[in-house]
Design a protein around this ligand. Structure first.
Ligand code: FES
Ligand code: FES
Length: 163
């Protein structure tokens, strides 16, 4: 519908985030990234480039890794979203999180939530990836600090391949 007033349009969003259902009224132009960080205060999801190039805003949407800076909140209607805050259970890190710790794969940490979610999705679909497959799966996630080797080590360890 064409809007001539310049006023924002609103949408009643129903979405599940980290297993918890939410219902919120959002403007139709609100990004999922801003909805998660500002409405739900899930600030583990990071913004860097804001244009789909760096992967720091990666979350899982219905099991698939997406750059949520490019997703409108309204597109998440009815979806299951998982953010970095949803991985640990009862205070226990999941296997990928623990491997990143064990392998000292974290420096400033800014890219790490997106890396871990992207790596987790890889291991869901491919439990024993090669190093090359890990590198390919993480090609959309940019890290300014680590040089990537320890990140790949960590994903190998999480896959049970040691590091
Ligand atoms: S902030 Fe979304 S891809 Fe960079
Ligand atoms: S640990 Fe700093 S950007 Fe990756």
């Amino acid at each position: 519908m064409m809007r001539l007033s310049g006023e924002p349009a609103y949408f009643d969003l129903e979405v599940t985030v980290n297993g918890r259902p939410y219902r919120r009224t959002v403007t139709t132009h609100r990004r999922l990234l801003d909805f998660l960080r500002e409405e739900l205060l899930l600030t583990g999801t990071k913004e860097s480039c804001g244009e789909g190039e760096c992967g720091s805003c990666t979350v899982l949407m219905n099991g698939l890794a997406v750059n949520c800076c490019l997703v409108l909140a309204v597109e998440a209607q009815g979806a299951e979203i998982v953010t970095i805050e949803g991985l640990a259970q009862g205070g226990t890190l999941n296997a990928v999180q623990q491997a990143f710790m064990d392998c000292h794969a974290v420096q400033c940490g800014y890219c790490i939530p997106g890396m871990i979610l992207a790596a987790g999705q890889l291991l869901e679909s491919q439990p024993r990836p090669s190093r090359q497959e890990i590198e390919s799966a993480l090609v959309g996630n940019i890290c300014r600090c680590t040089g990537y080797h320890k990140i790949v080590d960590a994903v190998e360890q999480a896959a049970g391949g040691g590091a």
